[in-house]
Design a protein around this ligand. Structure first.
Ligand code: THU
Length: 140
């Protein structure tokens, strides 16, 4: 695997430290690689109302888009119980997959689901969100 993607996995694991998850105690970190080489971190941010919780992946995407980034190469995601090493693969939820679909090429955008530096799975967006609805459906 390319050094750039290995580094992305390490940043996703690091991003878990900034998770705000007092209700589930499940911390998720994400690292989003932009085409210009910039890496944007995200973590899950929970809320006492539960429904206002934001996932790590969407935090990263919304930070990036709100700062002018719109071209993305890959995202790495790492999740597990707070203050513990991840012992399972934290796949992105359906809403986050749909947000990825808004901005990314489903044939090219890579999703790395990371347990640790040695154990990870690599997908394309189209693998995790097949037959999707996207911006092209609404353009003539
Ligand atoms: N979570 C994420 O951050 N990303 C996902 O794709 C799935 C779930 C968070 C939301 C919530 O804070 C915690 O994990 C437990 O659901």
């Amino acid at each position: 695997m390319k050094k750039e993607l290995k580094n992305l996995m390490i940043i996703a694991m690091e991003a878990r430290k900034y998770s705000y998850c007092p209700y589930s105690n499940y911390s998720v970190g994400a690292a989003l690689l932009c085409k210009d080489g910039r890496v944007i971190m995200g973590s899950n941010i929970e809320n006492a109302s539960y429904g206002a919780t934001n996932c790590a992946e969407r935090t990263a995407f919304f930070k990036a888009v709100s700062e002018g980034e719109k071209d993305f190469v890959a995202i790495a995601i790492s999740g597990g119980f707070k203050d513990m090493e991840s012992d399972s693969f934290a796949y992105p939820c359906g809403v986050c997959r749909q947000v990825m679909r808004e901005f990314c090429d489903e044939e090219k955008f890579k999703i790395l689901v990371v347990k640790n530096e040695k154990e990870y799975e690599e997908y394309l967006l189209k693998d995790l969100l097949p037959k999707s609805f996207g911006p092209n459906n609404l353009s003539g």
